[in-house]
Design a protein around this ligand. Structure first.
Ligand code: ADP
Ligand code: MG
Length: 463
């Protein structure tokens, strides 16, 4: 059973290697013991920690123990605040075996490497402005972020950035902090995610030292809060955040908030706080367009000191349309095939081998759509008569709807371009022209792809 304690420590070490500081803080502020009936047990200081561990970590810990012991191990979770208090005291005196105890100055531990990397700011130096690639649709947020970091606390305070997953929000946010620190070496900058902020606040309450938390945040020169939507239902933490907001705002300190949605959609956010966010400078980050995606791929490949055929890079850029994170995975997948199998697959070989299946943005599916049905859905969507699609009308709006219908017919019906041409009262060349026009435009026009998604999803509704 003593072994289990070693495994527990090993588990914490793995978390540390993976830089999962929130998890470590949570498990560190609890205790792992073998009780009098020989049951492995986690003792927590309060209900919050117990629920959080049960929900987010118990299965992982049990799986790890199972792997180590080669049998099922069930762990009990109980709450005993007094035990934890006593235990923490002892731990402080004895000093933890594998590293120094939690410091209130952030989710940083006393490893030299860590301090050198982050200087207690939680910032990762790899997120910089010079390696953020932007195109026309993100030039504004890029320039704005640079201005915020060079003129912190002035016109653009606070700044609120929102956008979908994997499109560079954290990168931009941390670049603001890194750039600011380069100019103001001794400034107090802190980057933290909503969940980390919440856990730290609760930890402060649990160890009965909420003032340390308050003081730390209220004395910052720059506060960078990522994924704040995670605080939506955390009422108490939000109240605290509101207070911090007021103090920093009045002191002219720069704040930048990042979320996956605009303030008006933060439905469960504390009202006063939501109101403050609504008064911020709010700016979206758009998903990168085709050219930008291609430039990101090119950059990432160069960073790996290698090269990939342009044809393959274009193929990736065309098919990874939403999450930039997938780009890195796709590049690695391709390089691994090249290195291990000693072949340089072209596009059709990539398709055959299904190399990119986990990375490409999945296209919405339409099964057995007929051209007639496609025409009906498209004309309904654009609010025009179905006959207009076959007519000679060349007004811009009608032509666009016609091209969209031709494109969908080529992609999703079983007919040849010549047959599709007959359905539109045209020849095959016109169909190819319409199809390619939309294909080309989809590379840079995210609104058009939204329109197409909407049309395609309309196939699932009864008509
Ligand atoms: P988000 O916070 O929006 O989910 P991240 O900022 O974590 O996304 O970005 C995911 C990954 O993609 C990171 O490695 C980031 O550096 C990279 N990335 C995203 N957008 C860009 C960009 N425009 N230029 C270079 N790298 C980018
Ligand atoms: Mg992020």
């Amino acid at each position: 059973m003593e072994k289990l304690k070693n495994y527990w420590n090993e588990f914490l070490e793995i978390l540390e290697k993976k830089e999962e500081y929130n998890a470590i803080t949570l498990l560190e502020s609890s205790a792992f013991i073998i009780d009098e009936n020989n049951n492995p047990t986690i003792i927590c200081s309060g209900d919050f920690a117990a629920t959080h561990i049960k929900k987010d970590f118990l299965k992982r810990i049990e799986d790890f123990f199972k792997y180590k012991c080669e049998k099922d191990i069930n762990i009990k979770i109980i709450v005993d605040a007094d035990f934890i208090k006593e235990n923490n005291l002892k731990k402080e005196i004895k000093e933890n075996k594998y590293r120094k105890p939690y410091k209130s100055s952030g989710y940083k531990f006393n490893s030299e490497k860590k301090i050198e990397k982050s200087n207690l700011t939680n910032l990762n130096k790899k997120f910089r402005f010079d390696n953020f690639i932007y195109g026309n649709n993100n030039r504004h947020i890029f320039e704005l972020a640079k201005l915020v970091s060079s003129k912190a606390g002035t016109e653009y305070n606070p700044l609120y950035i929102y956008g979908n997953v994997g499109i560079g929000k954290t990168h931009i946010l941390q670049a603001i902090g890194n750039n600011y620190l380069e100019i103001n070496k001794n400034a107090k900058v802190l980057y933290i995610e909503g969940s980390g902020f919440r856990d730290e606040y609760i930890h402060g309450l649990q160890i009965k030292k909420p003032d340390i938390f308050k003081r730390k945040y209220k004395s910052l020169d720059m506060f960078l809060l990522d994924d704040l939507q995670l605080l939506e239902s955390a009422q108490e933490t939000s109240k605290e955040l509101f207070e911090i907001f007021q103090v920093l705002y009045n002191a002219g300190k720069q704040m930048v908030f990042v979320s996956d949605k605009p303030p008006k959609e933060l439905r469960n956010m504390e009202a006063r706080l939501k109101n403050r966010f609504e008064q911020s400078l709010i700016w979206p980050i758009e998903p990168p367009q085709y050219e930008t995606r291609l430039a990101i791929i090119d950059r990432k490949v160069k960073d790996l000191n290698t090269s990939i055929d342009e044809e393959i890079m274009k193929y990736m850029a065309e098919n990874i349309t939403t999450d930039v994170r997938k780009i890195e995975g796709a590049i690695k997948a391709y390089l691994s095939v090249r290195d291990i199998m000693k072949i340089t697959p072209n596009v059709s070989q990539c398709e055959e081998m299904n190399i990119f299946k986990d990375y490409f943005t999945s296209k919405p599916k339409l099964q057995n759509a007929t051209v007639r049905e496609i025409k009906k859905r498209v004309s309904d969507y654009y609010g025009i008569e179905i006959s207009m699609l076959d007519s000679k009308d060349r007004t811009k709006f009608i032509s666009k709807a016609r091209h969209v219908a031709m494109y969908l017919a080529c992609e999703y019906s079983k007919k040849s371009v010549t047959e599709i041409g007959l359905d539109f009262n045209r020849d095959h060349a016109s169909v190819i022209h319409g199809r390619d026009k939309i294909r080309e435009e989809l590379k840079s026009n995210s609104h058009l792809s939204l329109e197409l998604d909407n049309i395609i999803s309309s196939f699932n509704t009864e008509k």
